[in-house]
Write a protein that binds this ligand. Structure first.
Ligand SMILES: [Zn+2]
Length: 456
């Protein structure tokens, strides 16, 4: 039973595909703040981070990767989570560039920079931090009290906390930057990687600051990059025997596929073309094109495109996932379920997100035996991704179709709970309890929800 009561408060909705966007309505000037859930990208960034975090002594299981849907360049690590803008991922031409940034951030942690703030942030809710870093005022993040997503998102951070977070995280000392650079090079050396990517990134950001002036990436504000610092960094970086070491070709390809995916979702087919102008027939370009076709074109063509890719990379789990997405759209849930099942079997670990997709497809078949299987897959998937609020709605549907109203009510309660909508969560928990045996696991879980007190 899941007793972990952390609410990743957010209004969840799903794009046509399985690139899931957790959206918080923000002030009009800011547009929408979104956190993206995607098994492929999360797995890749986790892989980038793991050796560095290990070298930094920060290795612990279950560091969450939080993908912030924002075109600017930013990245931040708080010990429990790595926040990274999708813009940073698309701007980085190599894995090494992102790995370098993660190494530098790990250097700030190891150096104890902004330690108190980091400890506070560790307890704060994800969406509260995202709101703070993207620049929604504390007022907006903290004041809303309705049941919509942002309301509870702000709760995790006290009034003024968002502003403090922004100032703190966006205001490293020059000496701290030098320390973090040196430490980062250490980690990169320990893991046999080059510091060239970090240098490239900082150099680009420093140049951008000088040129653009107005359009400043948040990362530049948080990490002052005078020329002198870049020069020192370069000197150190070149000393490493790994300086000229390149990322493995396969990792580079996965990186480019990730960039293609983000570009297709956020800006469409033309952005994919622009990104891969030099290799328009390469796998990343094909992948981005297939995704864009799936999003805006007809499923038949999209299916042809993804199948062409699968024939080249039959063991890529995320191509199977895309195939599943397309088949759902084509109203072929049974085939979709098969594709997701294959994705699950090929993916490293046991990604809850893919499992929820599998359950969702099984549910869509409407066949009683498959609906039963859907409930169990959704249940397991959600036990691995307990904060994935949207998944509980499918679980509730599956139980509903099975005639298990008590568990349907409880699943709805969980969904509202993890979306930070505590009042609705309690209503459903009370309804579930009425149909459950007092003291049973389901009853106890409902009791947790009923008795939960939102922080703040
Ligand atoms: Zn820094």
């Amino acid at each position: 039973m899941v007793h972990r009561i952390i609410a990743r408060a957010a209004t969840l909705f799903m794009l046509a595909s399985y690139l899931i966007v957790v959206s918080v309505p923000a002030s009009q000037a800011q547009g929408r703040v979104t956190v993206v859930r995607d098994a492929e990208i999360e797995a890749l960034v986790t892989e980038y981070a793991a050796p560095i975090l290990k070298a930094a002594g920060l290795s612990r299981s279950g560091i969450d990767i939080i993908l912030v849907n924002n075109r600017s360049f930013n990245a931040f690590v708080d010990g429990r989570r790595i926040f990274i803008h999708t813009g940073a991922l698309t701007q980085a031409e190599t894995p090494n560039e992102i790995i370098g940034v993660i190494a530098h951030e790990a250097g700030h942690i190891a150096g104890g920079h902004q330690e108190r703030l980091r400890q506070q942030l560790k307890r704060a809710q994800t969406m509260a931090i995202v709101s703070a870093l993207i620049g929604i005022g504390a007022g907006v993040a903290g004041a809303a009290t309705d049941t919509r997503g942002l309301a509870s998102a702000g709760v995790g951070m006290a009034a003024g906390g968002a502003e403090m977070a922004r100032r703190g995280l966006l205001g490293y000392q020059r000496s701290e930057e030098v320390t973090a650079d040196r430490t980062a090079i250490d980690y990169l050396n320990k893991t046999g990687q080059s510091a060239k990517g970090m240098l490239t990134t900082f150099d680009r950001l420093a140049g951008g600051l000088a040129l653009a002036g107005v359009n400043v990436d948040p990362y530049q504000i948080s990490h002052p990059m005078p020329r002198e610092r870049i020069a020192n960094l370069e000197e150190l970086a070149r000393k490493s025997r790994f300086y000229d070491r390149k990322d493995p070709a396969q990792l580079q390809q996965r990186h480019d596929m990730m960039r293609a995916k983000i570009a297709a979702h956020t800006e469409g087919a033309q952005a994919v073309q622009r990104l891969f102008r030099q290799d328009p027939r390469g796998i990343p370009a094909m992948y981005g094109n297939a995704i864009a076709t799936f999003l805006t074109g007809n499923p038949r063509t999209a299916l042809q495109k993804v199948d062409a890719l699968i024939s080249k990379m039959p063991r890529n789990p995320y191509l199977q996932e895309l195939r599943g997405d397309i088949l759902i759209k084509a109203n072929r849930p049974k085939d979709a379920a098969n594709a997701y099942a294959r994705a699950l079997s090929l993916a490293p670990g046991t990604p809850g997100l893919l499992q929820v997709g599998y359950g969702q497809a099984l549910l869509a078949t409407g066949q009683p035996d498959l609906v039963k299987k859907a409930a169990s897959e959704l249940q397991t998937g959600l036990s691995r991704e307990p904060e994935f609020a949207n998944g509980y709605r499918y679980l509730a549907q599956a139980y509903g179709q099975m005639g298990d109203i008590a568990n349907a009510e409880l699943a709805s309660a969980e969904g509202y709970f993890h979306a930070g909508q505590y009042r609705d969560a309690k209503l459903f928990a009370i309804r579930a309890q009425k149909r459950m045996k007092r003291g049973s696991p389901g009853w106890l879980r409902a009791q947790d929800i009923i008795q939960y007190k939102a922080p703040g």
